[in-house]
Design a protein around this ligand. Structure first.
Ligand code: GSH
Length: 233
């Protein structure tokens, strides 16, 4: 049975998995989950992922969530030893490090500032902005110290996808990060060197730009964590 991937069209973790599947030329069925309709909040969805988050992969009955785990699995299962996820212990360790850094720090701080206030009742605060700059400064340091052309090596790895899609949300809200020269160079190089992969991010960026200017009405949603914005009618 063809691999199924439940995605949200503008979700950075979903985009990264789509990019890896595209580059590895792995056929898959894409199932679009409508975040704004709360399609991921149902008990049926929770059977696939109790975290009620998107993406989820279904590989012939093997369900996996957490985009980092999905990326690692599809490389290991479908193209073991692919340069996207090298077998060399040290290079792989750096890829894993960058994936952890993105999950714990980079995307965590960036998405809290870029994405969460679009969909939920959060403000973009000076403290939130400070955390974004901290995340960018740390990534800049990693790139400077490693001296690599890409996030984890001198070639594309799955870590680039996650970090690119996090960074893309900064561009989507018009946040200028050009003072982080190495991050900016790496981001622009990705656009130039991988136009077909960038197109996947770019289409999502346009959606985020639209939502940033026109925040969606989620007042029908009963979210377990996030405060729902009240819409004045
Ligand atoms: N750590 C997860 C995060 C996935 C995630 O945050 N997905 C968002 C969409 S981009 C989501 O499903 N959020 C659910 C919600 O906010 O209700 C991963 O990397 O897969």
């Amino acid at each position: 049975m063809v691999l199924k991937l439940y995605v949200v069209s503008d979700g950075p973790p979903s985009l990264s998995v789509r990019q890896a599947l595209a580059l590895l030329e792995i056929p898959f069925q894409q199932i679009d989950v409508d975040f704004c309709k709360g399609e991921h909040m149902t008990e049926e969805y929770a059977l696939m992922n109790p975290q009620k988050e998107i993406p989820v992969m279904d590989d012939d009955g093997f369900f996996l969530s957490e985009s980092n785990a999905i990326l690692q699995y599809i490389c290991d299962k479908y193209q073991p030893g692919t340069p996207l996820y090298p077998l060399d212990p040290q290079i792989r360790a750096v890829v894993n490090h960058r994936l952890c850094f993105n999950l714990s720090t980079y995307y965590a701080n960036i998405s809290a500032y870029t994405m969460a206030p679009i969909f939920f009742d959060y403000e973009r605060t000076p403290l939130g902005l400070k955390k974004v700059h901290m995340a960018l400064a740390v990534f800049e340091t990693y790139l400077a110290r490693a001296g690599t052309t890409h996030a984890a090596a001198d070639h594309l790895t799955i870590a680039d996808f996650q970090l690119i899609n996090s960074t893309m949300t900064l561009e989507a809200i018009g946040l200028d990060f050009s003072k982080y020269e190495k991050v900016s160079q790496w981001y622009e190089d990705f656009k130039k060197d991988y136009p077909e992969l960038w197109k996947i991010s770019e289409d999502a960026m346009k959606e985020i730009q639209h939502f940033n200017a026109n925040p969606p009405d989620l007042s029908h949603m009963n979210h377990p964590i996030h405060p729902i914005r009240k819409i004045k009618k």
